[in-house]
Design a binder for this molecule. Structure first.
Ligand code: F6R
Length: 366
């Protein structure tokens, strides 16, 4: 049941503090270290791996883009994240030194499963991040990391995504400490920061009223929107754009903010909504100038920023704040206002949130 919420999507958005917590604490031992009992990968196995492919579809693919960020930053292994329906046709370099990580909420997505079979036949080791115990992808993988999101009913994926993000941070930290690419001190610090996440997720969701009463009422008026970000935030822009397309039928495109000048800025006119994601401290100034650029051409700028970056207000029409957070972990918080915004814009536009047109929860044909 919807447990008092109007839609499964909203219920599942509010289940995220718990999903994040479950995914995390089930893997922390008494010493507060990550224990991945379900991943039997040793230091020797990891040292052999010279390339990681992360393969998935849709929202799970977007989680995989963040996964690339985390694995490359912490474990220093090159990662390619690819769309499952493209992977097999792109001549991937797969051998026994390849690790393939599949991400799938349902564990049944046809293209993702096909990628798994192809990679296995070429000798790759396969690790899957999935939400459904005993699903096809879980059964055929060498190692499985379960996201403890609980059943996801809403077609628009929300809590699966945040638990996939937590999974990637844990996998990346585990690989890194085994390989010796980060110090024990840094590892402990990151785990402490991850442990604060459930509470910060709850805090970020407190922006609901502002998003519903103010921001959604602006965005609903438009039939197209741009989502901009740099670095990690570019991946969040992609997820934010997908979420608004699928349930509110607003055409949205995500762009790396620095790429805008190379063509897309021609589309900005008076009133064009631009969702500018500016949560990365080291890229903050650059994002501010991109926001000023589009604003000078008439864009209506809705920014997402960390609480301490109040300076963002000078370049935005509306600002949604997330709690202060380590840049690398911000993805878990940044997506929350984007989910709420999609939900409330869809409601404002009278869309059937839980049953968006033309979509199915699980895509079992290639
Ligand atoms: C978007 C959405 C889809 C799924 C995609 C993969 O909200 O739900 O993009 O993420 O179809 O599904 P799974 O994760 O089940 O493989």
């Amino acid at each position: 049941s919807k447990g008092g919420y109007d839609h499964f999507m909203l219920k599942e958005i509010y289940e995220q503090p718990n999903g994040v917590k479950e995914t995390l604490i089930r893997r922390l031992n008494a010493d507060g270290e990550i224990q991945l009992d379900d991943i039997k990968m040793t230091k020797e196995d990891l040292d052999k791996i010279n390339r990681v492919y992360i393969v998935a579809c849709g929202t799970a693919y977007h989680a995989g883009l963040v996964g690339k960020f985390a694995i490359e930053k912490f474990a220093k292994i090159p990662v390619i994240t690819d769309i499952a329906s493209e992977f097999r046709y792109s001549n991937p370099f797969i051998d026994e030194n390849t690790l393939l990580i599949l991400v799938s909420q349902s564990g049944e997505t046809a293209d993702t499963l096909a990628a798994l079979r192809e990679a296995k036949s070429k000798g790759a080791r396969v690790l899957s991040v999935t939400n459904v115990v005993g699903s096809s992808i879980a059964r055929e993988s060498d190692d499985v990391f379960y996201t403890w999101a609980g059943p996801e009913v809403s077609v628009a994926s929300t809590k699966a995504y945040t638990t996939q993000l937590v999974s990637f941070y844990m996998i990346a930290l585990d690989f890194a400490i085994k390989k010796g690419t980060i110090t024990r001190e840094y590892y402990n610090e990151m785990i402490e920061k991850l442990k604060e996440m459930p509470e910060l997720v709850e805090k970020a969701l407190e922006q609901e009223t502002y998003i519903k009463d103010v921001v959604a009422k602006e965005l609903k008026k438009s039939n197209s929107a741009f989502y901009l970000g740099r670095g990690l935030d570019y991946n969040l822009a992609m997820e934010g754009a997908l979420k608004i397309k699928e349930i509110s039928y607003i055409h949205a495109e995500a762009f790396a903010a620095g790429e805008l000048k190379h063509g897309t800025i021609a589309l900005i006119e008076e009133g064009t909504p631009v969702v500018a994601i500016a949560t990365q401290d080291n890229l903050f100034e650059k994002m501010l100038s991109n926001m000023e650029e589009v604003r000078a051409r008439g864009a209506y700028v809705i920014a997402v920023a960390q609480e301490h970056n109040k300076e963002v207000e000078k370049a935005a029409d509306k600002v949604i704040y997330i709690p202060n957070v380590d840049d690398i972990l911000s993805s878990i918080l940044t997506v929350l206002p984007l989910q709420l915004l999609s939900y409330y814009v869809a409601i404002e536009r009278g869309c059937d949130v839980d049953k968006p047109r033309n979509l199915a929860k699980s895509v079992t044909v290639e």
